[in-house]
Design a binder for this molecule. Structure first.
Ligand code: FES
Length: 84
């Protein structure tokens, strides 16, 4: 198991006119634009392969999670600080 998952069953997450999906990776959470770098396929409905890559449902392109996380549009979610 790669420790990577896609929040495919979650409702669409929209921000600034773009749609994102929730991506869990190594215990961190990210919002990643739901557009494949190839031709904009909905990565949210892809899957994580044995190499830990996200496979796009449209043309089966496989993308390294680190590459998706490194996109400027990706948002890393931080834990809310809890009051003492
Ligand atoms: S649009 Fe994703 S592989 Fe082509």
């Amino acid at each position: 198991m790669s420790g990577t998952w896609i929040g495919r069953d979650l409702p669409p997450i929209r921000r600034g006119g773009r749609e994102y999906f929730l991506l869990g990776h190594r215990g961190e959470l990210y919002l990643v634009v739901n557009q494949c770098p190839h031709r904009g396929g909905p990565l949210k409905f892809g899957f994580v392969n044995d190499a830990g890559q996200i496979v796009c449902p449209l043309h089966k392109g496989a993308f390294a999670v680190d590459t998706l996380i490194a996109q400027r549009s990706t948002i890393r979610l931080l834990e809310a600080e809890t009051a003492p």
